[in-house]
Design a protein around this ligand. Structure first.
Ligand SMILES: O=C(O)CCC(=O)C(=O)O
Ligand SMILES: [Fe+2]
Length: 301
């Protein structure tokens, strides 16, 4: 994709798809790493028929996973990942400690990954002083045929709009209601009429603005995904960093290993400054019950 087209598409829709960003050898390699780490083999990722199960019998997810496990660090400094992100954000980009590893897990419900998840409310939505320049990079290792997985997006739902129109308010309410019902009907998310669903193949990357509304689909077979984040350093970046590191303790983010800090430094990816705070205006936090479920490792968001 040409530089200007990718950037325009990213700004307008809130996401871009890059086919085959990882090659076949990398796909094999990271699949094996994820199986070793999770203790789940692809043959164990079967569709569950148990009542109340969302998707597969065996599922595993680890927030902060890429940062915590050295075998995944080459993804952070991966040349093609860096080039793709710089094409969208410019330079210098910095690594943002917001990562995940998923095996047999799909995030089924319309949600946002940013700090301020209510549309239009909170600093994420105000860009007059500093632009919001953060991306999440999702790397997928499984085929659509084996998993049935697609990632759905509501194009444009990352874009601030003031005053908020009635149409926009209604859309937000509708998706919130559908999202809340995800535990009852796993396929309900797919009813959002204006969603765009992306079926991924091994090695594909999806880069998206964390403010965009998105949902995984119901899966029926093996799924492996790895998520990273990058951004341009400004107040939005620091909010995002402190949010995952300090405002969401149930996700169990930790200090980065000194070796990783060194690696980031040598690739010019280490943030130049790191203000620390644990209060962010209008930051979304999960209800107490959901926090406990997340803590127990059964779900994340
Ligand atoms: O299921 C997926 O791949 C999407 C994951 C996601 O949206 C998340 O982890 O926040
Ligand atoms: Fe998400």
């Amino acid at each position: 994709m040409k530089q200007s087209r990718a950037k325009r598409e990213f700004q307008e829709k809130g996401f871009v798809v890059l086919k085959g960003l990882l090659n076949a050898a990398e796909v094999r390699h990271y699949k094996a790493e994820m199986e070793a780490l999770s203790g789940i083999q692809s043959s164990q990722m079967r569709k569950s028929h148990k009542l109340g199960q969302r998707g597969l019998d065996s599922a595993w997810s680890q927030p902060d996973g890429v940062t915590k496990h050295q075998p995944f660090w080459p993804l952070i400094t991966h040349e093609r990942v860096g080039t793709a992100v710089r094409r969208l954000l410019g330079d210098p980009i910095r690594f943002l400690q917001h990562t995940d590893l998923h095996v047999g897990f799909s995030a089924i419900s319309w949600h946002r990954d940013n700090v301020n998840r209510t549309f239009g409310i909170g600093p994420d939505w105000h860009e007059q002083e500093e632009p919001y320049q953060i991306v999440r990079v999702g790397l997928y290792l499984q085929s659509y045929a084996e998993s049935g997985f697609r990632l759905g997006f509501i194009p444009g739902s990352h874009q601030p709009e003031f005053p908020v129109t009635l149409a926009r308010k209604l859309q937000e309410q509708k998706l919130q209601a559908i999202g809340a019902m995800s535990y009852l009907f796993v396929k309900l998310q797919e009813w959002a009429s204006n969603a765009e669903w992306v079926a991924t193949e091994p090695g594909d990357a999806i880069i998206f603005d964390p403010r965009i509304l998105h949902s995984g689909s119901y899966i029926t077979g093996p799924k492996y995904s790895m998520f990273l984040a990058f951004g341009r350093e400004n107040s939005h970046f620091y909010n995002h960093l402190n949010y995952y590191r300090r405002v969401r303790p149930e996700l169990k983010y930790g200090d980065m290993a000194p070796e990783l800090v060194q690696l980031l430094q040598s690739h010019n990816l280490l943030p130049e400054s790191a203000p620390i705070y644990d209060q962010i205006q209008d930051a979304w936090t999960p209800p107490a019950l959901m926090r406990r479920v997340v803590e127990s490792g059964l779900k994340r968001s």
